[in-house]
Write a protein that binds this ligand. Structure first.
Ligand code: NAD
Length: 260
């Protein structure tokens, strides 16, 4: 039996990186997918990839910006009207923002990071939770980060937004467990996705590979993580195998957040 057989899973930020890898893993495990992203072209590529690797998977793609509350409400309504329910929600879309120290941080970029990473996650929960409450079951996995547990040099708004997501996750878990909804967050370290490649470019524009190597050497596991490794954790948290884990911020970082 596949672990997500027949379950309806919504993934935001599904066009690239962790969202894309999780969409593939969910399809492998038998889920029906509602994939949301504001990058329509890349989302279409994911739809084609799924159609070639998992032709029996039912896939709905929705172009939407998660920082737009009306668009979030609309993707939830569209998913329920297509599939009738939402069993799992990977609230994943996020941006890193520019890298700079707090006192000189570009205000517009600061607000954008908060709008997408915090408000986007909140709007998602605001509209998905009532659907799950009505069916008395559901799983939500929010995207926080090691930056939602610790400080990260030059990433003030990112770290603020991810700490807020960690807090929202704990609160939502306390509020909705009695409705049969389990709500957790994953906190990846550096996982090799387009977002992290962009971060390495900001750290060392002349030689991003050097920044990548330095990150790998600092990690107890001496390597970066892979999107597929994160996808497997998300699938577990959205499956029935996860029955009593609730309100947790689960680091997936090779041990980095525990090293001195
Ligand atoms: P990525 O940049 O590779 O992919 C992010 C996806 O989200 C893209 O497809 C992008 O188009 C989409 N997106 C961004 N803003 C959006 C918006 N407003 N509306 C709709 N879609 C939007 O990033 P990733 O590395 O896959 O990261 C995914 C999540 O995991 C993010 O929340 C990120 O903060 C978190 N995270 C990633 C890492 C890592 O190492 N990759 C580490 C910690 C946390």
């Amino acid at each position: 039996m596949k672990r997500l057989e027949g379950k309806v899973i919504v993934i935001t930020g599904a066009a690239m990186g962790l969202g894309q890898a999780t969409a593939m893993e969910c399809a492998k495990e038998g889920a029906k997918l509602s994939l949301v992203d504001y990058n329509a072209a890349e989302l279409e590529n994911v739809r084609k990839l799924l159609a070639s690797e998992y032709p029996n998977t039912k896939v709905l793609t929705i172009t939407a910006d998660v920082s737009d509350e009306a668009a979030v409400k609309a993707y939830v309504v569209q998913t329920v009207s297509e599939f009738g329910t939402i069993d799992g929600f990977y609230n994943n879309a996020g941006v890193e923002g520019k890298q700079a120290k707090l006192a000189v941080y570009d205000m517009e970029s600061f607000k954008k990071v908060i709008d997408i990473n915090l408000m986007g996650v909140y709007y998602g929960m605001r509209y998905v939770i009532p659907v799950m409450q009505a069916q008395k079951s559901g799983r939500i996995v929010n995207a926080t980060s090691v930056g939602g547990i610790r400080g990260v040099l030059n990433e003030g708004p990112y770290v603020a937004s991810k700490h807020a997501v960690s807090g929202l996750t704990k609160n939502a878990a306390v509020e909705y467990a009695e409705d049969g909804i389990l709500i957790n967050a994953i906190a990846p370290g550096a996982i090799l996705t387009p977002m992290v490649e962009e971060a390495f470019k900001q750290m060392n524009p002349e030689n991003p590979k050097q920044a990548e190597q330095a990150f790998s050497l600092n990690n107890p596991s001496k390597r970066l993580g892979l999107p597929e490794e994160v996808a497997k954790l998300v699938v577990f948290l959205m499956s029935d195998d996860c029955a009593y884990v609730n309100g947790q911020i689960i680091a997936i970082d090779g041990g980095q957040s525990n090293s001195y």
